[in-house]
Design a protein around this ligand. Structure first.
Ligand SMILES: Cc1cc2nc3c(=O)[nH]c(=O)nc-3n(C[C@H](O)[C@H](O)[C@H](O)COP(=O)(O)O)c2cc1C
Length: 191
């Protein structure tokens, strides 16, 4: 069965990311066509990027990098849960993405974002990053507003319309994760 990671993109104490990620996980687990797990970058205690060689050379030296690489390597696709910080993704998320390379390649991803304008600029930022990592990012996108999807800007109460958006996102991530898995197998056979 395909394995999809729901990556919690904020490490801030009191972050809204956890509630959003748990909602995505809860909805995803109602379906039986893939296995979903939360992956919290805060659990990996990654320092600011400290590998001597670029990640694309795949010569990881540090235990924290190897542990993070093994985690990313275990998944066929990703759903990034990201807030918008200064019109981009949080530095902690970008740092975690930059730490490894091959483990992202030829996989699929979808995005669930939030912010005062729905986190759309963070997702546009992320789409460019994904292209560099050979990740196929799907069109469907769940964009949550701090004004209408969080009661008093705090308690997460997503509007009903987001359920259909999330279903489309999950459909697309699963379909493309399956296609990319076939591609990875073909590339491994050809090598
Ligand atoms: C450093 C920082 C920068 C932010 N910049 C933006 C921004 O550019 N656009 C926006 O819509 N919200 C911005 N916000 C608001 C966040 O989207 C909002 O606080 C969100 O809940 C943060 O996610 P988190 O709680 O999971 O960490 C910013 C918040 C922080 C902490």
């Amino acid at each position: 069965m395909l394995k999809i990671a729901i990556i919690v993109g904020s490490t801030r104490p009191g972050r809204r990311a956890e509630a959003v990620a748990n909602w995505v996980l809860e909805q995803a687990q109602k379906r039986g066509d893939a296995a979903f797990e939360l992956v919290d970058i805060a659990d990996f205690d990654l320092p600011l990027y400290d590998e001597p060689m670029p990640a694309s050379m795949h010569r990881y030296q540090h235990e924290h990098t190897k542990r993070w690489a093994a985690a990313v390597d275990g998944y066929d696709g990703f759903i990034f849960i990201t807030p918008e910080y200064n019109h981009g993704i949080p530095a902690a998320l970008k740092n975690a993405i930059d730490f490894v390379y091959r483990e992202w390649n030829n996989k699929a991803a979808g995005f669930v974002s939030y912010g005062s304008t729905g986190g759309v600029r963070a997702v546009e930022h992320l789409r460019g990053v994904m292209a560099e990592l050979h990740v196929a990012d799907v069109r469907a996108h769940v964009s949550l507003s701090l004004f209408t999807d969080f009661e008093n800007f705090a308690a997460f109460k997503p509007a009903d319309l987001h359920l259909a958006q999330l279903t489309a996102l999950l459909d697309q991530v699963i379909a493309w994760s399956g296609a990319m898995k076939t591609l990875r197998q073909e590339l491994a056979t050809a090598a």
